[in-house]
Ligand binder design. Structure first.
Ligand SMILES: *[C@@H]1O[C@H](CO)[C@@H](O)[C@H](O)[C@H]1NC(C)=O
Ligand SMILES: [Zn+2]
Length: 340
């Protein structure tokens, strides 16, 4: 009887560990299989997307985003956690964004990356090009909801900033505040504390130029509740920093066989009927092939109009002169008739 109960408990434990909550990027539980367990992952407004700059819509009303409190996240240390899918830093709600329809406050940030020797690992792409990694800073609508979980399933409940990361010459001191602690949380489930730092340093140097669209969480359960902002400018880290990100963490627990936490990015999802707005006119947007032909035609048409206008004006002037002569004749002839 006791043995049977033990067996039952063991079975329950295995089922709980593997049931539903288990997902990966590749393999039997990989992204192609997410919709089977998480139906919203198969829905029609998913993230990330491949942003085609010639198809975006310039919106002059999109304001500059202003992060408040990012430089001073308070005296408390922040918790850095390896959840087996990514490295996540918790953020206090004193960090908030100005320039969105409601007051969105920060909850956490995390990263997506590739693997060693692979130059891409971002989730969003621009003109089908990925960068080395991507930072997501997750906020929720604090005007309407009490916490992240409450907001996560509601339309526009969340606002996520997407920062594309590329490799540059210099080490980024801001990213080092995260990367230098990875050794302490190599295994899934581990957490450490890092002293508060200027989180704004993780953002690109210029925040005025960005893309905006309605999308989803890029991991299960893929709720379509995210107002996305993807910045045009990129953040830079050094090659050493990128390699630290790619080679330090495991997606597995300390006990048992270990597996590197790599390639934790989702493939771009169909845009379907969604609009991607841009706060700026992207380079190449105006000079796309289609518009180039349009521009050419417009210039040709404009020239033709000018030519025709010139011709008619010239004709009119000539006629007027002739007319003046004629009218002289006419008046004289008319005078002649009236006299008759
Ligand atoms: C996102 O969806 C909301 C609600 O449907 C809509 O008002 C808004 O214009 C959409 N934003 C974009 C960028 O398409
Ligand atoms: Zn993410």
């Amino acid at each position: 009887m006791l043995l049977f109960l033990n067996l039952l408990l063991e079975l329950a434990r295995i089922l709980a560990a593997d049931g539903g909550s288990h997902w990966t990027y590749e393999g039997a539980h990989g992204q192609d299989h997410w919709p089977a367990t998480y139906p919203e992952c198969g829905s029609n407004a998913q993230s990330p997307i491949d942003i085609q700059t010639e198809r975006v819509t310039f919106d002059s009303e999109l304001p500059v985003l202003k992060p408040h409190g990012y430089d001073q996240p308070g005296p408390e240390p922040l918790s850095l956690h390896n959840n087996g899918h990514t490295v996540q830093l918790s953020l206090p709600p004193t960090l908030n964004l100005e320039g969105l329809p409601r007051n969105y406050v920060a909850s956490q940030l995390h990263l997506h990356w590739g693997r060693k020797g692979q130059p891409w690992g971002s989730e969003h792409q621009v003109n089908s090009e990925a960068t080395a990694a991507e930072l997501h800073i997750v906020h929720y609508d604090a005007d309407s909801f009490n916490n992240l979980n409450e907001a996560a399933q509601k339309p526009q409940g969340l606002a996520v900033l997407g920062i594309l990361i590329e490799v540059g010459e210099n080490q980024s001191p801001a990213y080092e505040h995260i990367l230098s602690h990875l050794e302490k949380i190599r295994y899934k489930g581990q957490t450490t504390l890092v002293s508060a730092f200027d989180v704004g340093g993780l953002l690109p140097p210029e925040l005025g130029e960005y893309y905006r669209y309605n999308g989803s969480l890029t991991t299960p359960p893929c709720y379509q509740s995210v107002l996305w902002t993807v910045f045009h400018r990129k953040a830079q880290i050094s090659m050493e920093q990128l390699e630290k990100l790619q080679e330090t963490l495991f997606s597995t627990e300390e006990s048992g066989p270990s597996k590197l936490l790599v390639q934790n990015y989702r493939a771009p999802q169909p845009l379907n009927h969604r609009l991607v707005l841009a706060s700026f006119i992207p380079e190449g947007a105006f000079y796309s092939t289609g518009e180039m032909v349009g521009l050419g035609l417009a210039i040709l048409f404009g020239c033709l109009c000018l030519l025709l206008a010139g011709y008619f004006i010239a004709r009119k002037i000539r006629r007027k002169r002739l007319g003046e002569q004629k009218s002289v004749v006419f008046t004289s002839s008319r005078c002649a008739t009236s006299e008759e």
